[in-house]
Structure formats: structure tokens, C-alpha cells
Ligand binder design. Structure first.
Ligand SMILES: *Cc1c(COP(=O)(O)O)cnc(C)c1O
Length: 316
């Protein structure tokens, strides 16, 4: 990236050709089945441009990534938010929620904010049953954090030409959030439709340079996965000792039951630690805590411990 900085007065490759080839080779799929994007958020919007309008709709979970519903709303599309079951996507209910007007079903896996994951068999049987007029979008923003053996193979559905769009990002595991870089993997026909409605230079030059390097750095991904795993273990054990219930986590964050989540969020913020209040997702007693470096994790549990002690003192 430092070497590339002197070339930033030029437009980038608008076709992201080298990057498409590199991702395709890495995943074992065809170049025309890849679309690099300005963060994977852009692909969610492109799906809106291609498939959504007034009278059409999406199906998702009530505790899924908030952007699906925001995008659908901006295209005046109908939104069906299916209640989760035990903090997991209820695929059976989502299937029943599909209507003739439905165009896209969004499944984030692992899910943000619950950090739960569907396995390959569950996804396969769902994708098989989804009717042909519907595109299944599987958002795998955190998939590289999951042990290789446990990562569901969703690319096989793209290879088979099924109406599936896989979202990946460099913002999370690769640690390049600020560059705005993600990609879609989908059958070539679907990629071509999204290619037509995107901005001409949607992936900036610095992001393309970084992506080429990042894709070669498997060791960094391994290291990140291990660091997140030990961070989650530290959180789970520490929270358990504090008498706080956690939801088993697959991504780099975890739901913790703390009592009044909004109040805990406010008090922790005053101590310099930002967590996420879950009341907006109908979970007023939970907060979402993200794994950081070991010292950040320590600071987080100390802040939470202090807040819980304050709350106990207030209750007296
Ligand atoms: C972070 C995130 C994204 C997208 O992030 P980008 O920075 O736009 O690539 C997409 N889906 C989920 C579930 C996320 O958590």
C-alpha cells in the first residue's frame, strides 16, 4: 500500500480484473462469478437495485444484520422479519414466509448480532427448498473466523448455478474495514446484472492493492482466528465467573445477559468501553461484546465488572 500510494492520481482498474482472477483462483470458481465491491454492504444495495422495488419483498430474521431491511426500505420493498428461534435463524419459518412477491432471502451466517451459525446440512436443505423466483443471499462476513472444517461449503451452490449470492468482506477477519472492500460470489448471470448497476470505479485503487496482498496472507487469517477464539474463551469463562449467561459464539463477538442492557451500555461507555445495547433487537437484557486484543478484552471485563458492582450498590 505504501508503494502504491504514489499511483493514487490514476483511476483504478474499473473492472477489478486482477482481483477477480485472484479471488476466483483462491475459491476455485470462475472469474465471472465474482464481483468485488465497496464493502459487502454495496452488494446488499446492488441486490436492491437489481431485484427490489415497490410490490417486491425480502425475507430475513428479526435479529439479522440491520442493513438488509434498511436497503429494502429504501427501495420501498416489503420486509418480512421472521422471529429467531433460540437465537438462531428459523429456516423453516423463513421458508414459509416466502411469498410470490419475495425476491431475496437474507441469511447472515454466522449471524450479526447473535454470533450463532447454521451448519452446512441446514443451509443445503433450505437452499434446495427455496422456490425458483427467490435469490438466497448468504452473508458470510465472519466465515473466515470459523474453523475450516466447520465452515459450510456454500460455493458449491454457485458452481451448480443455483440462485445463491454469497457475500464476503475484508472488513472483519482481514482487518481492512476502512478501505471498503468486499465481494459477491454468484452465478455469472446474477453477477452480470449487479455489474451493470454498480458505480464504474466502485473499488478504489488502494483497496485493490491491499486485497491482492491480503489474499496471500493466510497466516494472518490463521492468527486472527486463533486470537478471536482465545478471546471468546476468555470472555465466556470470565463472564461465567461473574455469574453472567452467554450465548455460544461463532463470530468475533458474543451476547451476554447483564440485566438492563441499555443502562450497562451507557455506564460502560463512560468508562471508555463501547459495547452494543441489544434492546433494538428485542433483547433488552443483553449486550453484544466484541473481542479485541487481550488488553482490550481485559479492559472490557473490568469495566463490565465495575458497572455490575455499581448496579448492585444502586439496588441496595
Ligand atoms: C460488517 C458486516 C457486513 C459488511 O461490511 P462491509 O464493511 O460493508 O464489507 C456485512 N454483513 C454483516 C453481517 C456484517 O456484520
Amino acid at each position: 500500500m505504501i508503494a502504491g500510494a504514489s499511483r493514487m492520481h490514476r483511476y483504478p482498474d474499473g473492472g477489478t480484473c486482477a482481483l477477480r482472477r485472484k479471488i476466483a483462483r483462491k475459491l476455485g470458481i470462475k472469474t465471472d462469478e465474482i464481483l468485488p465491491s465497496n464493502g459487502s454492504n454495496e452488494v446488499i444495495e446492488l441486490l436492491g437495485h437489481v431485484f427490489l422495488e415497490k410490490g417486491k419483498g425480502i425475507v430475513t430474521s428479526d435479529r439479522a444484520f440491520a442493513v438488509y431491511a434498511l436497503v429494502a426500505k429504501s427501495f420501498q420493498a416489503d420486509i418480512v422479519s421472521v422471529p429467531m428461534k433460540d437465537f438462531r435463524h428459523d429456516l423453516k419459518a423463513m421458508l414459509s414466509a416466502i411469498k410470490p412477491e419475495t425476491r431475496v432471502v437474507f441469511v447472515d451466517n454466522p449471524n450479526n448480532p447473535t454470533s450463532t451459525m447454521l451448519n452446512e446440512a441446514e443451509l443445503d436443505s433450505f437452499i434446495e427448498k427455496v422456490p425458483d423466483h427467490v435469490v438466497v443471499c448468504i452473508d458470510e462476513a465472519y466465515i473466515e473466523l470459523v474453523d475450516k472444517k466447520l465452515q459450510p461449503d456454500t460455493l458449491k451452490h454457485v458452481r451448480a448455478g443455483r440462485k445463491v449470492v454469497i457475500l464476503r468482506t475484508f472488513s472483519k477477519t482481514y482487518g481492512l474495514a476502512s478501505l471498503r472492500l468486499g465481494y459477491a460470489v454468484a452465478p455469472s448471470g446474477c453477477i452480470a446484472l449487479m455489474d451493470r448497476v454498480r458505480q464504474p470505479f466502485n473499488v478504489n485503487g488502494m483497496a485493490q492493492i491491499a486485497a491482492m496482498a491480503a489474499l496471500d496472507d493466510d497466516e494472518y487469517v490463521e492468527r486472527t482466528r486463533e486470537m478471536v477464539k482465545s478471546g471468546l474463551l476468555f470472555f465466556r469463562e470470565t463472564f461465567e465467573k461473574m455469574g453472567l449467561e452467554t450465548i455460544p459464539a461463532e463470530a468475533n463477538f458474543m451476547l451476554v445477559k447483564v440485566g438492563n442492557g441499555r443502562d450497562v451500555f451507557n455506564r460502560m461507555m463512560k468508562k471508555g468501553v463501547i459495547v452494543r445495547a441489544m434492546d433494538v433487537y428485542g433483547l433488552p437484557n443483553h449486550i453484544r461484546v466484541s473481542v479485541g486484543t487481550p488488553s482490550e478484552n481485559m479492559k472490557c471485563v473490568e469495566a463490565l465488572g465495575a458497572v455490575m458492582a455499581e448496579n448492585r450498590a444502586d439496588a441496595k
